[in-house]
Each structure stands twice: as structure tokens, then as C-alpha cells.
Design a binder for this molecule. Structure first.
Ligand code: UFG
Length: 325
């Protein structure tokens, strides 16, 4: 692949920083825009990082011109489902109007390709599994709805401005770069695997949210996808768009589901320690099972996950977490 000049929003965050590292490894020129409200300065090389808010359309356009960006990967967004149920406007303002500001800067500067971070949350509670891209869209919370809105806005920008996009609908991003130095560091942390680690490290039991779902052991099933495999999907999508590919939506997952209890057992095997946990009530808005069909991504972009098994994902995440805490 030819070296490209890429703008990455939210590049100092979890998935963004892994993607930036992979882009740099492949020889691309990367410009990271991050307001550091959630991301970490130490996640990206200083020379790439521009501390800037997405709402600042003029500065974004100036930077894109100066750095001669050819395409954008857009991660910057708030991601906490529970918080979005309490503070919907925070999610609509940041995720939707931030994206609109970015799109204005792209139109103004003639940048015509964008890879967008979408989510399995756009499917809500689907009737069957594995989930395909043509399943009904029915977000159950403002976070998911904000992603649906941006997906729809992108359709109009294609029709009106010839701006092509790939929306990647992530399942459960997890793991860490095996080379070290990058990993999951959310504040507050809401994701299962880092919370299982925290239970081991603090002795405070994890709460398993419900064990009466219609699943093999009663706990929720999720499709855990290694963050480096997600990063690779972005790079393939980017090249596809630059080569003239039409706008598309792809699921990104392994196609394999694991229950919460299976995930706990996998962590116990990797860490060699018991995980203290208690079973609590269901968490509002949790779907019983979310497993991707990624056939479209495999067939159309030639993607395939390198670290598809949960044990490897947990090993990489544990390596990072046991150094951090
Ligand atoms: N879980 C627990 N206890 C916890 C935390 C999580 O039992 O303390 C369970 C949840 O109920 C769920 C599973 O672990 O069944 C995974 O939960 P996460 O919070 O790690 O992830 P989600 O599946 O809720 O959410 C993820 C992303 C969202 C995205 C969603 C799409 O974090 O951004 O997938 O399905 F919207």
C-alpha cells in the first residue's frame, strides 16, 4: 500500500491509538486530532498530536490543508452507554455535531474519504444471531442513536458532496497491542475484561449483570474482537475508499460469542488467579447476545482476524493491565 496522509480524530484513545501505531508501522503519515478529554497524550508520538476540539471547524480545515490529508479516520466520540441514558444531549452534541464540524472541514478542504467508528449498538436487541449488516437498525440508547445519526448523515454527504465513507460497526473491542505500551484505560471503566482484572487486583468482587438470560449459562454473550484486528479493518477500509470503493458498512467481530462466565474463566486461566464475583440484576439496555457475521468484511476487504481466540485477547490485555496497576 502506498504511504498515505491520514487525519485520525480521537487518535489518543484506546482503538484510535492502536490504529495510529499500525498506520505508522505501515509507513503512513499520521495527523492525530484529540482534545484529550478521554484520550491520553502518552498513547501517540508527540510529533503527530494536535490538541484540538472537533467543534473548531476552522482550525481543523487549516490543519487538514497544512498536512495535505487525503482521508480521515474518525474515532472521537463519547462511548458510555449508561451515561448516554442519563445525559443524552452530551452524546448528541459531542458525537453528532462534532462529526458535522469534521465533515464541514472535509468538504471545505476537498478531503473525500472517511472511515467512521460505528457500533453493534445500532442493532439494539436483534432477533437472531449472527448479526448481518442488513439487520434492522434500532438503537436502544442515545449513544447508539448518535452513531445511527452519523451513519445517516454520511449517506447524505455521499449523495450531495461525493464524500465516500466506510462505517465499521464494532462488536466488543478488547485486548492490547502485544508489543506493549498501549491498552485499555477508560475512566470510568465500564468494560468487562478490564473490570475482571480489577476484581483480581483489588479483591472487590465483579458484579455479573444477570444470569437469567436465554444463553448457555444464563449470562450475556458477546463477540470480543482484538483491538489490533479492529485497527487493521480501518486500514483496509481506508485503502478501499482511496482506491475508489463505494460507501459501505461492515460489522467487525470474530463471529464467536462468549458468555460473561466463560470470559471470567478465561481470565482465571490466563492470570492463574480466582476472580471474585457476585451475580447482580441485569443491566438496563443489555442485549442477551451480540455476535457478528463479518463475512462481508472478509469477502469485500480481505480482512481476517489474527487474534480471534479469547485466550489470546485476554493474554494481551492482562500483560498490559498487570503492568499498569
Ligand atoms: N458485564 C458484567 N459486569 C460488568 C461489566 C459488564 O456482567 O461489570 C457484562 C455486560 O452485562 C455485558 C458484557 O459484560 O453482557 C460486556 O459488557 P461491556 O460493558 O464490556 O460491553 P457492552 O457489550 O455493553 O458494550 C460494548 C461497547 C459499547 C457498544 C456495545 C455494542 O462498550 O460501546 O458493545 O454492543 F455500544
Amino acid at each position: 500500500m502506498n504511504p498515505r496522509k491520514i487525519l485520525v480524530t480521537g487518535g489518543a484513545g484506546y482503538i484510535g491509538s492502536h490504529t495510529v501505531r499500525q498506520l505508522l508501522r505501515e509507513g503512513h503519515e499520521v495527523t492525530v486530532v484529540d482534545n484529550l478529554s478521554k484520550g491520553h497524550r502518552h498513547n501517540v508520538p508527540e510529533a503527530c498530536l494536535f490538541e484540538m476540539d472537533l467543534a473548531d471547524t476552522e482550525s481543523l480545515a487549516r490543519l487538514m490543508r497544512k498536512r495535505r490529508c487525503e482521508a480521515v479516520i474518525h474515532f472521537a466520540a463519547f462511548i458510555a452507554v449508561g451515561e448516554s441514558m442519563r445525559l443524552p444531549s452530551k452524546y448528541f452534541v459531542n458525537n453528532v455535531s462534532g462529526s458535522l464540524s469534521l465533515l464541514s472541514a472535509m468538504v471545505e478542504t476537498g478531503v473525500r474519504h472517511i472511515v467512521f467508528s460505528s457500533t453493534a449498538a445500532v442493532y439494539g436487541d436483534p432477533a437472531s444471531s449472527p448479526i448481518r449488516e442488513n439487520f434492522p437498525i434500532q438503537a436502544l440508547n442515545p449513544y447508539g442513536e448518535s452513531k445511527v445519526m452519523v451513519e445517516r448523515i454520511l449517506e447524505w454527504y455521499d449523495r450531495i458532496h461525493n464524500l465516500t465513507s466506510v462505517c465499521l460497526r464494532y462488536f466488543n473491542a478488547s485486548g492490547a497491542d502485544p508489543e506493549g505500551g498501549l491498552g485499555e484505560q477508560h475512566d470510568p471503566e465500564t468494560h468487562l475484561i478490564p473490570l475482571i482484572f480489577r476484581a483480581i487486583q483489588t479483591g472487590q468482587p465483579l458484579t455479573v449483570f444477570g444470569d437469567d438470560y436465554p444463553t448457555p449459562d444464563g449470562t450475556c454473550v458477546r463477540d470480543y474482537i482484538h483491538v489490533n484486528d479492529l485497527a487493521q479493518a480501518h486500514i483496509l477500509a481506508l485503502e478501499y475508499l482511496i482506491q475508489g470503493g463505494a460507501s459501505e458498512r461492515f460489522n467487525v467481530g470474530t463471529g464467536i460469542g462468549h458468555t460473561v462466565l466463560e470470559t471470567i474463566r478465561t481470565v482465571e486461566a490466563v492470570a492463574g488467579k480466582k476472580v471474585p464475583y457476585v451475580v447482580g440484576p441485569r443491566r438496563d439496555g443489555d442485549a442477551p447476545a451480540l455476535v457478528a457475521s463479518s463475512d462481508k468484511l472478509r469477502q469485500k476487504l480481505g480482512w481476517s482476524p489474527k487474534y480471534a481466540d479469547l485466550r489470546t485477547i485476554v493474554e494481551h490485555a492482562w500483560k498490559f493491565a498487570s503492568k499498569e496497576l
